[in-house]
Design a protein around this ligand. Sequence first.
Ligand code: HDL
Ligand code: ZN
Length: 434
Amino acid sequence: MGATSLNPSDLKNKVLPADLLAVDQIHSAVEGTLAATPFIDIHTHLFSPAFGKLGLWGIDELLTYHYLEAEFFRSSNTTPEQYWKLSKRERADAIWRALFVGNSPISESTRGIIAVLQAFDLPTDASALEEAREFFNAQSIEQHIRKVFEIAGVSDVVMTNDPLDPEEQPVWLKGDQDHEQFHAVLRLDRILWGWPKHWQQLASQGYAVDEKASGKSIGEVRRFLADWHKRMRPLYMAVSLTDAFFYPDDSITSKILGEAVLPSCREFGLPMSLMIGVRRQVNPRLRLAGDAVGRADLRALENLCRSFPENRFLVSVLSRENQHELCVYARKFNNMMPFGCWWFMNNPSIVEEITRERIELLGTTFIPQHSDARVLEQVIYKWRNTRRTLAPILTNAYKLIYDDGGGISRRHIQRDVNRLFRSNFENWTSLRAG
Ligand code: HDL
Ligand code: ZN
């Protein structure tokens, strides 16, 4: 190979001998970089304080998280019907007794509560919740948010905002809900798959739509999206889709997605987030905890990425069996960004498998995780788990470079962590466009 002069940017990226880490320095360099880099949490169900009671926090909300409710019914004789009759406080007490006093908190979700209590120096083995309740009740939400995000190592969280939610809509119509650490997303479930039940809500707001999404409906859905884009300034549009989702087909979902939502995403320069694979309400008695998972036909995603090359797709899939093909599709379509280990995937054993295959197939061109937090303090354990699981995986990836004759610097580890947990998202959205 002929001699080539290095230009300045090559030099910036070249690993100079003096920068090279020794193999035994890699793990601490990776751990230190993960700990010191604030992450962007690209999908949560958190709300900024302007949304009042929609923003959940504190021990009673933490314990009545639907992940824990599902586990509660496996360790208690309480039927769902009896449980739903209890107050929030009584539900939390019942869950604490069943899962933390009567059993060991070794599941992912129960251990998370232990981590949150420990983060605030609260007892993790109390027989009752009084001390924890007193602590959380004494917090002022703005300061508590700052403290929680600092402990969690998170700079920004992205919300899930439903313009047709009767509780949320008035807050947006009132205005001034801006918060520098909370960012909006235009979530479109009610429009994309809930059309039969929700089209009249658009009609009642003056959009000339009909049950079949015919006539002027597509144009009017675009006008609705333009109005809410202006109001919310969302970072992306989003929808959760079942394992049965396909595109294209003759459904209203396909029609509105292809003819209204994706063109509007292009018009406003927004990615479209597709979260695919839920099987809704397999056990309705459990309410929010009643959803399950199914393997989807990702040829739908293939068709969307190929048919809409100008659109950018953020994609998370819920079935473990879909993860590898999602990576392969990401290699075929650079307008698709895999993200997160969603919901039933967010367990160390599966996160490790998913993240290793993503690194092997995609390098750093994916977004490893989001928290999906519904209760503020959950970001503390969800991001602690991510850092704990990612450290050995990244360390191993770098050690393999050494085995094969290369090397790595602290600067490059920082570049990679920044790309994985910040700039892959920032560059796809207007987050830092100011
Ligand atoms: O559709 C979604 O955004 C899912 O994340 C659901 O909200 C689900 O109930 C959940 O909280 N998963 O973590
Ligand atoms: Zn979610």
